[in-house]
Design a protein around this ligand. Structure first.
Ligand SMILES: N[C@H]1[C@H](O)[C@@H](Sc2ccccc2)[C@@H]2OC[C@H]1O2
Length: 327
């Protein structure tokens, strides 16, 4: 039975977290993404103008899946596509002997520019893997029957290295009890229902909960517009900036803590997490860590929330569930 742990290294402003993964003979830094289900990486097949500065997977160690191709567009409209190989993947000592590796032959500028990241490792449900004509399994689904327990955990931190574990829950990483909630897999995400919100200028009327996904690949916390508006109404100097496409606040502000009720338990995001990052280097105006989820269709509990909790992604029972505990 396999178990393993791998570091999650924060990029500037915790925009994303990268983890070392061995694919064939290459060690790459991948962005573990519970909001998608493709394992893709820059490769020797990627155009040099797109892959400059990135670690590359060399498919010579793999076996091509003839006729298979992939093409993904993410929530932020970034995109990538390419062909498919089967190769050995090792994450924190956990080995998948034959994992579908999606070698990029084209990526959008967001990936080219993010030179620290060599690709993504999807941890959503394999039902939304984009490989055609036959979707393939995520790394977690490939190894899950070899794990001591079919779970992985997420322990992200603000401005410091956190970790992902596979096959076990690390009791040293959380305090108090774990609160579990059921997961709806219909959309391929780790989707759950939040009970309600409070904090900032919110009052009970803006505290309604709703449908949300746990997404390590999203930097911020996207909530119902009324909740985001309510929160910032209690923050001096905060406002919705149409040019920036979201709420901004003075970097000097000490925003109030934000509370989320899930499964009858309250989890607190420290106000300092909501002063996310200066609009540009040296700016005294910061972009808010809480934004409205307008147009998305559900709330997104990205890294601003996840770095405040210990999260358990559990598919070991009759149906998947999410666990949250205080860090
Ligand atoms: N699940 C998320 C995914 O990981 C990223 S893909 C990405 C794009 C550029 C830079 C880094 C990552 C994108 O934003 C939200 C949603 O889609």
């Amino acid at each position: 039975c396999q178990t393993g742990e791998v570091a999650a290294d924060p990029q500037l402003y915790d925009q994303s977290y990268l983890s070392p993964v061995t694919i064939g003979n290459s060690e790459l830094m991948l962005d573990f993404d519970t909001g998608s289900a493709d394992l893709w990486c820059f490769s020797t097949e990627s155009p040099a103008v797109q892959s400059a500065g990135h670690g590359l997977y060399n498919p010579s160690t793999g076996t091509e899946l003839d006729g298979a191709f992939w093409d993904i567009t993410y929530g932020d409209q970034s995109a990538a596509s390419g062909n498919v190989f089967a190769d050995k993947v090792v994450v924190g000592g956990v080995t998948a002997t034959k994992q579908a590796i999606e070698a990029a032959t084209s990526v959008s500028y967001e990936f080219t520019e993010d030179v620290a990241s060599d690709g993504l490792l999807g941890l959503a449900f394999s039902s939304i893997n984009t490989i055609l004509p036959q979707p393939q399994t995520t790394f977690f689904d490939t190894v899950r029957n070899t794990l001591a327990k079919a779970v992985f955990t997420v322990d992200l931190k603000k401005g410091a290295a956190g970790s992902y574990t596979f096959g076990y829950i690390d009791s040293s990483k959380y305090s108090g009890a774990i609160t579990y909630v059921p997961v709806n897999t219909a959309n391929g995400f780790w989707q759950f229902t939040a009970d309600g919100y409070s904090g900032g200028g919110n009052n009970a009327s803006t505290g309604r909960g709703g449908v949300a996904i746990a997404d390590t690949g999203t930097s911020l916390l996207y909530l119902p517009a009324s909740v985001a508006k309510g929160y910032y109404s209690g923050v001096q100097g905060a406002s919705f900036d149409f040019r920036q496409g979201g709420y901004t606040l003075p970097c000097s502000a000490t925003p109030p803590d934000f509370n989320v009720a899930i499964g009858g338990k309250t989890f607190t995001v420290p106000g300092s997490y909501i002063n996310y990052a200066p609009l540009r280097a040296g700016s005294s105006t910061c972009f808010g860590g809480i934004q409205a989820d307008s147009g998305i269709g559900f709330s997104i509990f990205g890294d601003v929330f996840l770095k405040a909790v210990y999260a358990i992604f559990d598919d070991s029972g009759s149906s998947p569930k999410l666990g949250f505990a205080a860090q």
